[in-house]
Design a protein around this ligand. Structure first.
Ligand code: NAP
Length: 304
């Protein structure tokens, strides 16, 4: 047996409880990871509240967490190149990161220069950022607008696009202007009229990644002239209304995301959104802080 923060029922943050669970095992192609840190994402809050049951049907008794970092405990059948005791970052499309142990189908060795909380903050956001960048086919010399450019996904999408020679206009809060500019983006304040502000900077927009889910997809399609070059991570109704792409997590969207981004983190060529950590047993408090807006940083849950 092992312990995890379990969703005891759908509801407010206090439905998350530290409970004994059946210890996961590594199936073929997986590694079992003893978790040192697990990232918390906005999607976790929606799953816990029961707002995403059509996409994530796991209900009460399940364990949240799309990303973690830790030490390999067991290697599943057919897995090579990694051994018990190795330190890894793991992407968990079937979740489970909020536990002492998790079986991971996607992992990459954690470089020693990258800390536990940094490694745990990366996987799901990197997978979404690289996946959406590919979905909109942003190419060198083109102009990409990132809505939510200062968020966990947005900062990575912005930097990956810049590293590929793409011009990036990042829509973010005024207080995040400096961050967007430091990362190589051009800044526009988010909110109503954002594409008018984009038009004042760039005559042409080739692609849009919506990493905020706060509307604007009709304007994005009008700006690009092609709904297939507009993708959202968080606005399925908006995407359906205008024919834009709705991007969902999965093992096939960008399975190489950690291989691309962990070396960049180690080399200092990729920065993540500011983060703070809390003990895993305080996951409910982490959800409360994020939902209330008291904390804008990425929260990473830690286990000693
Ligand atoms: N479908 C998928 O595969 C997938 C994967 C990962 C994430 N997601 C979803 O994608 C979204 C982003 O995730 P994240 O982890 O990057 O969240 P995050 O770190 O909270 O970033 C969201 C960013 O959007 C900004 N924002 C708020 N209102 C905005 C507006 N009107 N226009 C532009 N930006 C605005 C926020 O700024 P403020 O802090 O100022 O509010 C914040 O910087 C979430 O909804 C998450 O659930 C989906």
């Amino acid at each position: 047996m092992s312990y995890a923060m379990v969703i005891t029922r759908f509801g407010e943050p206090d439905v998350l409880e530290w409970r004994e669970v059946q210890a996961p095992v590594a199936a073929a192609g997986e590694v079992l990871v003893r978790v040192r840190a697990a990232g918390v994402g906005p999607t976790d809050l929606n799953i816990r509240a029961g707002r995403l049951t059509e996409v994530f049907p796991q209900g009460p008794g399940s364990v949240l967490g799309f990303e973690a970092a830790g030490v390999v405990e067991q290697v599943g059948q057919g897995v090579s190149g990694v051994s018990a005791g190795d330190e890894v970052a793991a992407y968990l499309p079937s979740q489970g990161g909020y536990g002492e142990l998790v079986a991971a189908p996607v992992w990459f060795p954690k470089p020693p220069q990258v800390g536990w909380t940094e490694a745990a903050a990366l996987p799901a956001s990197a997978e979404a950022a690289l996946g959406t960048l590919r979905q909109v086919r942003a190419a060198a010399g083109e102009t990409l607008v990132v809505l939510g450019a200062a968020g966990s996904v947005g900062v990575i999408a912005l930097q990956l696009a810049r590293s590929r020679g793409v011009r990036v206009i990042g829509a973010a809060a005024e207080r995040d202007e400096e961050l967007v500019r430091e990362l190589g983006g051009e800044f526009v304040p988010y909110g109503a009229g954002v594409f008018e502000r984009v038009a004042a900077l760039a005559g042409r927009v080739d692609a849009v990644i919506d990493a905020a889910g706060r509307g604007g997809l009709a304007e994005a399609v009008a700006a690009t002239g092609d709904p297939a070059r507009v993708v959202t991570l968080a606005d399925p109704a908006g995407a359906a209304a205008v024919g834009a792409l709705m991007s969902q997590p999965g093992p096939d969207r960008a399975p190489d995301a950690l291989a691309v981004t962990l070396p960049m983190l180690a080399a200092g060529t990729l920065r993540l959104k500011p983060r703070r950590s809390l003990p895993l047993q305080q996951a409910a408090e982490a959800h409360r802080l994020l939902a209330s807006g008291e904390v804008r940083d990425k929260i990473v849950l830690t286990l000693s």
